[in-house]
Design a protein around this ligand. Structure first.
Ligand code: COI
Length: 357
């Protein structure tokens, strides 16, 4: 595939940058954005980087009515010697296309998207925060822009990349979070859109999340949509348990999101010779493992959340406190190694990181 040229219009004014220590998640955006447009007649055209600003979309655009859209999340870091580092970005572009395939949306040219991202990062490099636990969150997304009220795939799309300097996703930072196991609502079923990163999955999660927040829980743990028995994933993370020295995570079953951090953690554990299995896990099994003392640790993995230790589950009004509510040794080591590889402070034996010149 050929990389088309990218037209660059630099912003004449620069916004004030927040202090690293004041960063939250997803509230501030950089000076520029990347855009490309698509129509079925021309394919992708007009690749450009321009000042970050609102843009016009027809009120009848399909995105607003039928939610035809996909997105990704990845992060950039700055190395000690000032180089931009990206963690497995090609995996995100590949998954964006897998999500698009499910939503009947056109494939992006992954090489073009990566090139656009690299040029955008170079222009907005000063926005990459430096403090520990911070990064520049990257949000590539595609929306259906054709004005049409019939239910059909759009013939026009817009691909964009926006950037946001971020701190921790959770207010707890890397302290353990409390999770409410959801018994009424479900996130996805096999054959649905659970494996795609698409807005509707997240819109559908809000009701359960609202209830969890009211009860003082950070996120919900979703159970399978048929029997509400088997563990799927947490709101914005995949989930892992350490039981009797073995790490287990729900197997990809057609409704779970195939997390890139999930995949990286499995590879890292294998590299360390820590036993790790992907299989079906019931909530009953976790209850029994907790009762017998076999449940040693639990943690979530995700781009936004990185590694988030889980200190408590509430299932059907029974609380299971994990590892006395403290961060486990393995969760700590995974967090330190993963973030170390991402920032360049730890050697990257997997060649996961791309460094820009
Ligand atoms: C990410 O981890 O990047 C995600 O996409 C989760 C997001 C919904 C905050």
């Amino acid at each position: 595939m050929t990389v088309k040229s990218i037209e660059i219009t630099e912003s004449t004014t620069k916004k004030d940058k927040p202090l690293d220590e004041e960063l939250q998640f997803g509230t501030v955006f950089t000076d520029h954005m990347f855009i490309a447009d698509y129509s079925t007649e021309t394919g992708w055209t007009d690749h450009r980087i321009m000042p970050y600003e609102p843009f016009k979309v027809d009120p009848a655009a399909i995105i607003f009515h039928y939610g035809q859209t996909v997105f990704e999340g990845l992060k950039a870091y700055l190395s000690k010697d000032g180089k931009i580092r990206l963690f497995r970005p090609e995996q995100n572009m590949k998954r964006l296309n897998q999500s698009s395939e499910r939503l009947c949306m056109p494939q992006i040219d992954e090489e073009m998207a990566l090139e656009g991202l690299k040029q955008l990062l170079t222009i907005d490099k000063e926005w990459i925060p430096k403090a520990a636990g911070t990064s520049l969150y990257i949000r590539p997304f595609v929306i259906a822009t054709e004005p049409y009220l019939g239910v059909a795939p759009s013939t026009k799309y817009r691909f964009m990349i926006i950037l946001s300097p971020v701190g921790s996703y959770y207010k707890e930072g890397i302290q353990p979070v409390k999770i409410l196991v959801e018994n009424e609502y479900v996130r996805a079923v096999a054959g649905g859109t659970g494996t795609a990163k698409t807005a509707g999955n997240y819109a559908a999660s809000l009701k359960a999340q609202e209830i969890a927040t009211e009860k003082g829980y950070s996120q919900v743990l979703w159970l399978d949509g048929v029997e509400k028995k088997y563990i799927e994933e947490v709101g914005s993370m995949n989930v892992f348990f350490k039981i009797n020295g073995e790490v287990v995570t729900p197997a990809l079953n057609g409704s779970i999101l195939e997390g890139i951090t999930r995949k990286s953690i499995i590879e890292m554990l294998k590299h360390w010779d820590v036993p790790v299995v992907e299989r079906q896990i019931s909530m009953e099994e976790i209850k029994e493992a907790h009762a017998s003392g076999a449940l040693e640790e639990a943690f979530g993995t995700g781009t936004a959340a990185v590694i988030s230790p889980i200190g408590e589950f509430n299932w059907q009004d029974t609380k299971f406190v994990v590892n006395e509510g403290k961060t486990g040794e393995l969760s700590e080591k995974l967090y330190a190694t993963l973030t170390g590889i991402q920032t360049g402070e730890v050697e990257d034996p997997f060649n996961w990181v791309i460094e820009l010149d």
